[in-house]
Design a binder for this molecule. Structure first.
Ligand SMILES: Nc1ncnc2c1ncn2[C@@H]1O[C@H](COP(=O)(O)OP(=O)(O)OP(=O)(O)O)[C@@H](O)[C@H]1O
Ligand SMILES: [Mg+2]
Length: 502
């Protein structure tokens, strides 16, 4: 008989009368990487929060190393060697990297209440070095990129020397290099006998590193498979309960007039002489490695990054964009990559979040018209299939992927002419991804111009009409849909220059 490192049985949980987990089971062995899969809102993060003692279960049992844990709390979880890398970053922006890593477990100078800073800095540096990254442990976390913050979150969990490590969407914000480093760490932890629970919507990763795969659907246990005995199609069927045939349902639209033209746009230290144009009905993909300046480009067009020089034309008229309100008035919307910091207010309801950028169009004499707001909310929930009982739920109570849909819905409601999407499908499940692509199709058919920044090459290749590639703040390649390949994009993204440039 195998003794499991972890065994969860009959786990059920409801929030305010809504069942989110029903009779779910899960086991983990030493040295195993066990994937937990399912659509947005399937209950993956909730199951892990129950394991970590953040939520209490309504029923079911948890055994860790053969020991029943009737009352799992966060401190019991820590004592049992359970560490969780949460999907939504849990760092304190104003504290340094080292302070974040050791928050609540600070080293003290022997026999004193004083914090042992040199030791904490050293240990933090070591945890980061293990991941192959150089970040100054004294830097405030708020100054780091989302990817670097994610690495700090991972370093924090690693420094706990856990026996059971949960990784909830750890790679969504990481560069390929960071992902490689993380996978090496996972391989070495595996050798040490650490059991890992791995949550990701990226199929390729699942098959690359996982031994077994458990699928949840609508809070119910669907099944567990050995990774080498299953395949992507079977998993998709288990997750969504139907076949998904075309992953990228691209519809080609005859492009109309030029919607936006950017000439020689520069941002000090970040962007150099970017020129581009997008026509109505067109999707321009923006590829490049993390740090290539793609997000800065989006922010510059949206009036967040001050321009050093450059001109922006919307519908052939030059516009001056100094603040986001100028961009919104010019018909530009930006769906940011960092939904937690820029996109949403988690403590407000879906309805309130949707209304935030739209106050202009929804208010009459300074009062928000309640009727229109609820119509907009219901429409958005339906249009984007946001999984919620109603629009009054706080956004913080939605699953990660559904939060992303609220961000998109919020900007669609401004009826933009130019929609900039920065990593639109990050953390979004395979079914919802397809819904988002279909939505993009509808928008371009209505004449919107879309600029889509994405690190997922299949998505860039699958949905763009044209692709520009950035490297170190410059455009290093431009390809028509027909001529773009993984290879020529990667070549340009690494600064290699133009291959087959049009
Ligand atoms: N604190 C909470 N209050 C109310 N409902 C919640 C709360 N936390 C989660 N839920 C609900 O539980 C369901 C499962 O959410 P969960 O976050 O576990 O999904 P998930 O599988 O992790 O999805 P994703 O892939 O989007 O991260 C969702 O419908 C969500 O709205
Ligand atoms: Mg989740």
């Amino acid at each position: 008989m195998t003794q499991y490192l972890l065994e969860m049985k009959g786990i059920s949980k409801s929030f305010a009368g809504v069942n989110v987990l029903q009779n779910v089971q899960f086991t983990l062995m030493r040295g195993e990487v066990h994937a937990l899969m399912g659509e947005n809102g399937a209950g993956k993060s909730t199951l892990m929060k129950i394991l970590g003692g953040i939520y209490s279960r309504d029923s079911g049992s948890i055994e860790v190393k053969g020991e029943a844990v009737p009352n799992m709390t966060t401190s019991a979880a820590a004592r049992l060697g359970i560490a969780i890398i949460h999907q939504e970053l849990n760092l304190v922006s104003d504290l340094s990297v080292a302070e974040n890593i050791f928050l609540g477990r600070e080293y003290r100078l022997k026999g004193t209440p004083f914090v042992n800073w040199p030791r904490m800095r050293k240990e933090a540096g070591r945890a980061l070095a293990q991941l192959g990254i150089e970040i100054d442990p004294d830097r405030p976390v708020g100054q780091l990129s989302v990817g670097q913050q994610q690495m700090v979150e991972i370093a924090k969990a690693l420094s706990m020397q856990a026996d059971i490590l949960v990784l909830d969407e750890p790679t969504a914000a990481l560069t390929n290099r960071e992902i490689d480093a993380l996978f090496q760490v996972i391989a070495s932890l595996k050798k040490k006998g650490v059991g890992m629970i791995y949550i990701s919507h990226r199929m390729e990763e699942i098959f690359q590193i996982c031994d077994r795969i458990t699928v949840l659907r609508d809070g119910q246990y669907v099944g567990t498979k050995q990774a080498r005995e299953t395949n992507m199609d079977e998993l998709v069927r288990m997750m969504v309960g139907r076949e998904i045939t075309e992953r990228f349902p691209k519809v080609k639209v005859d492009p109309g007039p030029e919607r936006i033209r950017v000439e020689n746009l520069s941002v000090k230290g970040k962007l150099r002489n970017i020129s581009l144009s997008v026509r109505s009905g067109e999707i321009l993909g923006v590829a490049g490695l993390m740090g290539a300046g793609r997000t800065e480009l989006a922010r510059a067009l949206f009036g967040v990054e001050p321009l050093e020089h450059g001109r922006i034309y919307v519908d052939d008229r030059q516009v001056t964009i100094r603040r986001p309100i100028d961009a919104i008035n010019a018909g530009i919307a930006l769906v940011t990559e960092n939904r937690k910091e820029e996109g949403l207010v988690l403590s407000l309801s879906i309805r309130e979040n949707l209304a935030l950028p739209n106050l202009g169009s929804l208010s009459a004499y300074g009062f928000v018209k309640g009727g229109e707001e609820s119509r907009l909310t219901e429409h958005t929930i339906r249009q984007l299939s946001i999984k919620t009982t109603d629009g009054e739920k706080t956004v913080g109570s939605l699953s990660g992927g559904n939060q992303q849909k609220v961000v998109i819905g919020k900007w669609l409601a401004t009826r933009p002419k130019i929609l900039i999407l920065d990593e639109p499908t990050r953390g979004v499940d395979i079914g919802a991804k397809k819904e988002l692509y279909e939505l993009m199709n509808r928008l371009v058919q209505e004449g919107v111009a879309i600029i889509m920044i994405s690190s997922e090459l299949p998505e860039v290749l699958g949905m763009s009409d044209r692709i520009i590639v950035m490297h170190e703040g410059r455009v290093t390649g431009e390809f028509l849909r027909e001529e773009a390949t993984q290879e020529n994009i990667m070549y340009a993204a690494s600064g290699g220059g133009k291959l087959n440039a049009s």
